[in-house]
Design a protein. Sequence first.
Length: 382
Amino acid sequence: MRIDPFGLERWFAEYEHEADIMLAESGVRSLDASRFDLDPGRLGYVIPTNGDPELRAAVGDRYGLSADEVLFTCGTQEANFLAFLSLLGDHGGVGERDGDEIGTGTHAVVVTPTYQALHAVPEAFGEVTRVELEPPTWELDPNAIAEAVRDDTAVIVVNNPNNPTGRYYDEDVMRAVYDVAVDRDAYLLCDEVYRLLAEEPQPPVASFGGHGISTTSLTKAYGLAGLRFGWIAGPEAVVDRAWRWKDYTTISPSLFGQHVAEQALGRREPRILAENREHAATNRALVADWIDRHGLDWYDPVGVNGFVTVPDGFDDAESFCRAVVETESVVLAPGGLFGFPDRFRIGFGLPTEELEEGLDRVSRVIESTAPGAADRDAEGGT
């Protein structure tokens, strides 16, 4: 087994900790802990280790599923990892308990560009065929998925809304992709971590039927990244096998995470989501205006990420992003990390004043390379 280095995380490790402004963060600005009761009682494991049954039942209701069809995890990252372990290569197979058979295989179809873990982990466990979206609209064609699946395809992987483009595929498209999974006796796994930032969220994939798996967390839409609290929702046989793999990873979800998550998913939820959607909309408008002023382009995103064309005067996104961070101490994400070196990812979920300062600093870099900038500088102009 071989896993590729996580390019985005290595980029952040190089620059994030010393930079002034993180303009590549992919979530909404973090909520203050003072909004929650932080006393969970005795600091033991969560028992049972798949999560509190009442909270799992409440989460399951969101998908039309039972408590046994939900597994709490350490963020969406672990949810996806455990799902891939359960479905791909020699890691899946027949469930030992009650003889449940899980449809598995050695092949995955992954819609890209996307978060690297969604293709790198399946590539470590089996074989991956990528269905590449094309700019500027990043449309998802179910027929392309149908052409990519094989007899040994275990799972089709989609991130919706998409990271990095912000494209939100509509329900008809997602149901058509689900039908492809059903026809091939595969699963459709959808990472839906940005779904609730949409003004009108579409139904989650796990609610489509027995071939749908939804993964998500409270990290992006809720502004609660530090909880490291997420879940898998889907068929009981898959969830049960993922739970058995979880025994060898984090064992149980975080006690603090579950304690705060119960509050965030309860009566506080409408206010949290309303605040965060308004914040995202305000900041999206600021970035859209900034993009227009500089003659750049993006697909108007859902969520808090956008995939923007590189300004003139730079060889590619990496050279642009390095110039920005090294001269103005602002971190952006080079699009080459997602397979598109002519674009960069910008995150706009951070506090609005910080976003405005970051955009101003990036503007200085862009303007310093504009035609005639050197002459203006020599003449003392602006």
